[in-house]
Design a protein around this ligand. Structure first.
Ligand code: MRU
Length: 343
């Protein structure tokens, strides 16, 4: 299978001189077709993020970083750098990994002389991608340590997830699905309830990803989640995140909040899994997180009624049992303390 994002060298030297492109797996074609798209310009990278050819907070962060490198291929003066960063920042507002990656690129590139920026941009984008893969592998290990005793005690586990926070949404491994992949790889019996995730159906991507991995799963309509919890068919929920505020309030795909409410009503643990790059300490609470409003056409296009299409919602920290990051499992209201202690 193609990776979600990779570099293609066309005779480029180690400093990035020569032509270089970025290959992405086009997620708008999945699950019907697995096709790669070649990005060679800033505009193509911005389009890939905006149109959701790439999606998922960590992956759009890595794509934005590579987009900076592509955008500096002809000139890398201050005006070009500013334009490139602004263009990519305007693609999607909620997932903070995108803005985190652009801030990091600015920090590294702005102090350099223009003729040194191009090679540095490729190096930094590569580092961001590699760090994401490593962080998610660590999330998988911490999540496995949470799941394994439960599975051993019950003989199996029925999990529920929402949207796609698997390897498709990251550079590798996934976030919410990383512990599930890890449990399966350890030979532990896992079954996943996969909610369709209207209107963009990212749950179909999760079902495709789990099927490829041979992990038992069942696709459900979003509105079936409450009934399944009431019937005792769900042991634990794990979702990803697009931005986690300093107080632990978490933005994730629309519909996540309803699942967290139902989980609380039925006493079911509800975990969020995300790398530290998803935590935004500059947002005091969920109320400060910008929520992307997507085109009404993503809903029932044939109806003439006005439509609202918020793409994300906020799950209050109080509904979250724990946040699994690369440094361990943290209480949602203790993120700052954990990060100050270097956890
Ligand atoms: O609109 P999308 O598909 O980019 O939204 C993705 C999500 O909400 C994911 O759950 C989140 O980004 C975590 S991905 C590891």
């Amino acid at each position: 299978m193609f990776p979600t994002i990779s570099e293609e060298d066309e005779g480029a030297d180690k400093d990035g001189n020569g032509r270089r492109a970025v290959l992405i797996l086009d997620q708008t074609r999945l699950p019907a077709r697995a096709e790669q798209v070649r990005l060679t310009t800033l505009e193509e990278a911005a389009h890939a993020i905006r149109s959701m050819q790439v999606r998922g907070a960590p992956l759009i962060g890595a794509t934005a970083a590579y987009g900076v490198a592509l955008g500096l291929s002809a000139t890398a003066d201050d005006a070009t750098l500013g334009h490139v960063l602004d263009t990519l920042a305007a693609t999607r507002p909620t997932a903070v990994n995108l803005h985190w990656a652009l801030a990091r690129m600015r920090r590294v590139l702005a102090p350099l002389a223009p003729d040194r920026r191009r090679a540095a941009a490729w190096r930094e984008a590569r580092a961001i991608a590699a760090e994401d893969a490593a962080a998610n592998a660590a999330i998988g290990r911490h999540g496995l340590a949470l799941l394994e005793p439960l599975i051993r005690r019950r003989g199996r586990i029925d999990l529920m997830t929402h949207c796609n926070a698997g390897w498709l949404a990251t550079v590798a491994h996934g976030t919410a699905l990383a512990p599930i992949h890890a449990a399966h790889a350890a030979g532990l019996p896992v079954h996943v309830w996969v909610s369709e995730t209207r209107p963009r159906n990212q749950g179909w991507l999760t079902a495709w990803e789990l099927r490829q991995a041979g992990i038992a799963h069942t696709l459900i309509a979003d509105n079936a989640a409450g009934l399944l919890m009431m019937q005792g068919k769900v042991d634990l929920l794990i979702v990803g995140a697009d931005r986690i505020a300093a107080n632990g309030d978490t933005a994730n795909k629309i519909g996540t909040y309803l699942k967290a409410l139902a989980a609380r009503a039925h006493g079911i643990p509800f975990y969020v899994a995300a790398p530290a790059s998803t935590i935004d300490f500059s947002c005091p609470s969920g109320a400060d997180i910008p929520i992307e409003e997507r085109a009404a056409a993503e809903l029932a296009a044939s109806l003439d009624s006005p439509a609202a299409n918020p793409a994300f919602d906020i799950t209050p920290a109080g509904l979250i049992s724990g946040i699994i990051t690369e440094s361990g499992i943290h209480a949602p209201d203790a993120l700052r303390t954990s990060s100050e202690q270097g956890a």
